[in-house]
Design a protein around this ligand. Structure first.
Ligand code: NDP
Length: 487
């Protein structure tokens, strides 16, 4: 199986290769086979990409928003037309099952393009009456923005960052994670075919040093990063030291609270989606499942029954519902946490092992895993695992569960299942999280702002909020009378 792109990078409207850059081996997580060999961008290529973006940005920003929107709408059509191809590349690159990638990845980017093409012509400043004078504001693009992606949703990451950035009149240089570098190149092809002028969306491959070089370059104005908290702190620190803008979409250890009155099967569906989708590699996952004691045993029984039906296997088989983890390192990390859970006294209730997959023995497999008897101080309840490991914790009262849910450095997401409407809103109002769900979990439509609080992030993606983070306000005072002077 091969998925070799035409070249490693896409700069100034064309594929570019420079084999002197460090090799990036692209591995199919289901087999461990190398499906492509790319090269990290050299410092010269990083500079070339930033300068191409800078050269193209001013003319792009000068277009009427309806003209920019027209190109984004064409890109939307092309993303939808290439949906199946994108899904296959995404499944090869990340190991996530086709049963997800066919319906989520290209679709969410198409919707982002559709959304920002629709709203940008009406995204304007304000007019402010000041008696004899008035003022108005303009929403101006920042210039060249850097996008840095994580490995779990590489196409979505590239699309969610570039669609609002471009709509607002910026240019972007995007660096995918070296673990999943392929699909951002398809997005670059699509933008080109849609008529986006060369240089406005560039893809450069590389490791952390390439991301750092992009942020450091004097011609870049902003970085939007999806990644882990330690990386986010480093990158935001660097951006801050250079007085550049930063949006950080980082990790979490989110609570999913199930009250005893919740319809059991919906709550179970929520808990399963909140832990096992994408083999647990979702930043918003509700990995601390707090269950009110009267329904604890019934919920555990039902979750286990349904987890046993998860079909693990070849991500390219459309009937498979769970693929492997992204890499050997991630598999070892997740297995380490499972061992820590055992040693700290949690009950390994389900899974916890590495399944033997016939013909795919080189893959990074892991069983969906459920721990019960988890307490708040255990590492599996405190640290982000980023794998299919559900921790179930019992609780007795509303105040108690709110305090326990908030007792974390993270604040990305939270969910509540209950039929008591007053309780649902009261509890959500007290949870320290950016993304909250009542009676569902993990849905992220582009119309809704997305992002975290506390250590889970700064700024927002999606919705109109993302446009605010890709623009700067210019305020203009207009005098209609005489100048009052004390001199
Ligand atoms: P990492 O933090 O390891 O990497 C994120 C990106 O930053 C990668 O492209 C990485 O490159 C790059 N990078 C690393 N060091 C630097 C640096 N010093 N300067 C600039 N760029 C750098 O995250 P993962 O890729 O492992 O992704 C998993 C994490 O992402 C999880 O913690 C998860 O919760 C979070 N995440 C958050 C989401 C959100 O929206 N809140 C959504 C999805 C994931 P390289 O790959 O070469 O290291």
């Amino acid at each position: 199986m091969k998925a070799q792109p035409k070249a490693s990078h896409f700069i100034d409207g064309a594929y570019v290769e420079d084999t002197s850059g460090r090799v990036i081996e692209v591995v199919h997580p289901a087999t461990g086979d190398i499906i492509a060999r790319l090269h990290a961008a050299t410092p010269e290529l990083v500079i070339r990409a930033v300068l191409a973006a800078k050269a193209a940005q001013a003319d792009w920003a000068a277009l009427r928003p309806v003209e920019r929107a027209r190109i984004l709408r064409r890109a939307h059509d092309l993303v939808r037309a290439r949906n199946d191809e994108i899904a296959r590349i995404e499944s090869l690159d990340t190991g996530r099952a086709l049963s997800e990638t066919l319906y989520v990845d290209a679709v969410s980017v198409a919707e982002a393009l559709e959304f920002y093409a629709g709203v940008i012509p009406a995204y304007n400043g304000e007019a402010i009456a000041l008696g004899g004078a008035f003022a108005y504001t303009r929403r101006e693009p920042l210039g060249v923005c850097v996008g840095i992606g994580a490995w779990n949703y590489p196409f979505q990451g590239a699309g969610w960052k570039s669609a609002p950035a471009l709509a607002a009149g910026n240019a972007m240089v995007f660096k995918p994670s070296e673990n999943s570098p392929l699909s951002a190149l398809i997005l670059a092809e699509i933008y080109k075919e849609a008529g986006l002028p060369d240089g406005l969306f560039n893809v450069v491959q590389g490791y952390g040093d390439v991301g750092q070089a992009l942020v450091e370059h004097p011609a870049t104005a902003k970085v939007s990063l999806t990644g882990s908290v330690p990386t986010g702190k480093k990158v935001l620190g660097l951006a801050g030291s250079l007085m550049k803008h930063g949006t950080m979409e980082l990790g979490g250890k989110s609570p999913l609270i199930i009250f005893a009155d919740a319809p059991l099967d919906n709550a179970v569906s929520g808990a399963l989606m909140a832990n096992f989708y994408s083999t647990g590699q979702v930043c918003t996952n509700g990995t601390r499942v707090f269950v009110e004691r009267p329904i604890h045993d019934a919920l555990v029984a039902r979750v286990t029954e349904r987890a046993a039906k998860i079909k693990i296997g070849d991500p390219l088989d459309p009937s498979v519902t769970m693929g492997p983890l992204i890499s050997r390192a991630q598999q070892e990390k997740v297995l380490g946490y499972i061992e820590a859970g055992r040693q700290e006294g949690a009950t390994l209730h389900f899974g916890g092992g590495v399944p033997v997959m016939q013909g795919m023995e080189g893959g990074f497999w892991i069983e969906p895993t459920i721990f019960t008897g988890v307490t708040d101080t255990m590492r599996i309840a405190r640290e982000e695992i980023f794998g299919p490991v559900m921790s179930i914790l019992a609780f007795d009262s509303e105040d108690e569960v709110i305090a326990r849910a908030n007792d974390t450095e993270f604040g990305l997401a939270a969910g509540v299942f209950t039929q008591d409407i007053a309780r649902a809103h009261r509890v959500i109002g007290k949870l320290e999280a950016g993304m909250c769900w009542i009676n569902n979990y993990n849905l992220a439509p582009v119309e809704v702002p997305f992002g975290g609080v506390k250590s889970s992030g700064v700024g927002r993606e999606c919705a109109l909020a993302a446009l605010d983070h890709y623009t700067e306000i210019k305020s203009i005072y207009v005098e209609t009378g005489d100048v009052v002077s004390v001199f």
